[in-house]
Design a protein around this ligand. Sequence first.
Ligand SMILES: NC(=O)c1ccc[n+]([C@@H]2O[C@H](COP(=O)([O-])OP(=O)(O)OC[C@H]3O[C@@H](n4cnc5c(N)ncnc54)[C@H](OP(=O)(O)O)[C@@H]3O)[C@@H](O)[C@H]2O)c1
Length: 356
Amino acid sequence: MFKEDEKFIRQAIREALKAKGDTSPNPLVGAVIVKDKRIISRGYHKGPGYPHAEIEAINGAPESLAGSTLYITLEPCSFWGKTPPCVETIKMIPFERIVIGTVDPNPRVNGKSIKILKKAGYNVSVGVCENEVKKLNPYFESFIKSFKTYLLLKVAISKDSFIYSKEFPEKYITSKESRIDLHEKRFGFDAILVGSNTINVDNPILDTRNIKKNYKPKILILDFSNKLDYSKNIVKDPKRLKYVFVSKKFRNILKDRSDLKYIFIKDKNESWDIIKNDLYNKGIISVMIEGGKKVLISALKSEMVDEINIYRSTINLKKGLKFDIEKIIDKYKNFKLLEEKKIGNDIFLRYRCLQV
Ligand SMILES: NC(=O)c1ccc[n+]([C@@H]2O[C@H](COP(=O)([O-])OP(=O)(O)OC[C@H]3O[C@@H](n4cnc5c(N)ncnc54)[C@H](OP(=O)(O)O)[C@@H]3O)[C@@H](O)[C@H]2O)c1
């Protein structure tokens, strides 16, 4: 490894981040090409069907690549997918070195390209800034190994365990700092899931405005009994793609719109099977479940939730919609508390499921 390798891999990470939120089910990947200590070309993967990062960088190079170093956050692919295998294109170029952030966890690659490149005589370094690179795609590795969508359940709750009270005059139970933290987490999640009653009561926006990012994840709405109010903001907004899970009984009265798709189910358990196993071809490999109470309970009962995030405020609501999350978590004993910290005035708790 050379002294400047970390600096240039971090530049490749910056490239990758330009497509944050757009690449699922593919990972974020960035690349830079360096010659005489200068970056001469950059590239990132924009999403399914677009060229991979290293190909963008190679194709965009303004001068000969002979003697240059290719820095890529992820091992290049070695198989035909929507694009040809990148390793074959790389092999046509006399790079002096190739520096890779991390091995591709995809079992179809998983070190194969590195072997091919080494066999072809390239000087290859692997594992530069590996932890930072892996943070680019926190849900990709588990998805590519099991093809299961990552489910994070989030709840904002009062000190005395209410998630809503009609009598509480403020819109939010938790502090501004918690909402900023939540929006940072939302950024990059492929979809947010809510129950129809949460839309009817709260009329939420479900975006990332608190961190000034114009990121609008897809929306999954659980609405078994077809009670959704179609006049609410998010439902009307033609720019937000929504999937509505609704009983088969309503098949003949509901019509698809380009921003509104129906997934007809026979019972409520079927929603979770579809959410966990069948959404990746819609570009969804991570879902944040944001309530309300019926949906949170249904999610926990399904035993498919991977992680729980709780924002507990210091306010007592005294009455309203009670949700004793800690008691419920105790019922599903496979959750372990991994993190507890203060955010603003609130306490943030993060639980991880040990075997899903
Ligand atoms: N503090 C927080 O973090 C937070 C977050 C969100 C919402 N809330 C509050 O929660 C309240 C709403 O909660 P809620 O319990 O009344 O309603 P909800 O959970 O938002 O939505 C209930 C709807 O979801 C349907 N549903 C539930 N599980 C389903 C499944 N597996 N598949 C398909 N459909 C399913 C139900 O169908 P059925 O009609 O057939 O039962 C029902 O129509 C609001 O007052 C809101 O302010 C608080």
